[in-house]
Design a protein around this ligand. Structure first.
Ligand SMILES: [Zn+2]
Length: 299
């Protein structure tokens, strides 16, 4: 009883201090879950959705690591909620599988390789693409939506701001324009596109929440997952690319908005405090290599 009271009180204090700082909306209207009352998803699986080699790390760490090569991981996540499956991000296209030349979103900058297909990894736990009810995507860069076409009957969930952006006129940055054109091509015209606005509680009980974190792209989002034993886990999308960038508040030069990127990293920091959450950083290969991989899972 006393422990519960202390936990409840500490939540109120944390929530109050976050509201006072004014950037995390923890009031009754917030779509972010109450950490005490939030429901749980059953299982969280990591899928290997590719790896990439970039020839100039400074694109992601402006002013530092100029001309240094860097290897990134690409990660998809599969969530079991009751009898329903939700896929978070769809990775590098399966057409790249075992192709020694690899595949690219920006050929002068980065090459992706795919060692395992998404379809084969789903099959390892007895699933087919049509078993996936929802595919939620962090943003529309090609390494995150490469296999959306495998899921023609699933609901494709993304922020409305992201969809509007890729269908808007070109801007001044050629790399960004190339990424927008590729996004339109890979996304196609999904039958069941669900455009959402801001933080969104997917199942209505706080177990899986889409969290608006713009800046990398205009409608970028991250995912907050609540599990019984593992607690709260935040799946980054590309709100940040490495633990070091998170510590140093560094914003990649390809991001569409620097101020929004910094505000979104701060939102994630406040959520880590509020939910005692663990942050899994999609492209941080050093971190990713230490995490469970399907068929193992978090629960
Ligand atoms: Zn990415």
């Amino acid at each position: 009883m006393l422990t519960q009271a202390i936990v409840a009180l500490s939540f109120v204090l944390v929530a109050f201090s976050l509201m006072m700082e004014g950037t995390l909306d923890a009031n009754a209207d917030s779509k972010l879950p109450d950490p005490i009352k939030a429901g749980v998803a059953e299982k969280l699986f990591r899928l290997d959705c590719g790896r990439s080699l970039a020839n100039d790390e400074s694109v992601w760490t402006p002013g530092e690591n100029v001309g240094r090569s860097i290897e990134f991981s690409s990660t998809c996540w599969l969530i079991k909620h009751g009898n329903e499956w939700l896929l978070w991000d769809a990775g590098v296209p399966e057409s790249a599988h075992n192709d020694p030349r690899g595949w690219s979103t920006l050929p002068k900058l980065i090459v992706y390789h795919l060692d395992k297909t998404l379809t084969d990894q789903l099959a390892e736990i007895g699933l087919k693409p049509r078993d996936i009810a929802r595919v939620a995507i962090s943003h529309t860069h090609g390494d995150h939506i490469g296999n959306v076409g495998l899921f023609p009957d699933s609901a494709i969930m993304m922020q409305r701001a992201e969809y509007s952006w890729i269908n808007s006129p070109n801007g001044p940055n050629d790399n960004v324009n190339q990424l927008m054109a590729l996004a339109r091509e890979l996304l196609g015209t999904p039958k069941n596109l669900q455009l959402i606005d801001g933080d969104t509680d997917v199942y209505g009980e706080g177990s899986v929440t889409l969290v608006s974190t713009p800046g990398h792209t205009p409608g970028h989002q991250s995912l907050l997952v609540h599990l019984k034993n593992s607690g709260f886990i935040i799946l980054s999308g590309d709100v940040v690319h490495s633990e070091e960038n998170f510590e140093k508040d560094r914003v990649p030069s390809l991001n569409t908005n620097k101020a929004e990127s910094i505000a979104s990293m701060e939102k994630i920091r406040q959520m880590i405090a509020m939910y005692k959450a663990t942050l899994f950083i999609n492209h941080d290969k050093k971190q990713t290599d230490k995490l469970q991989l399907l068929p193992a899972f978090y629960d």
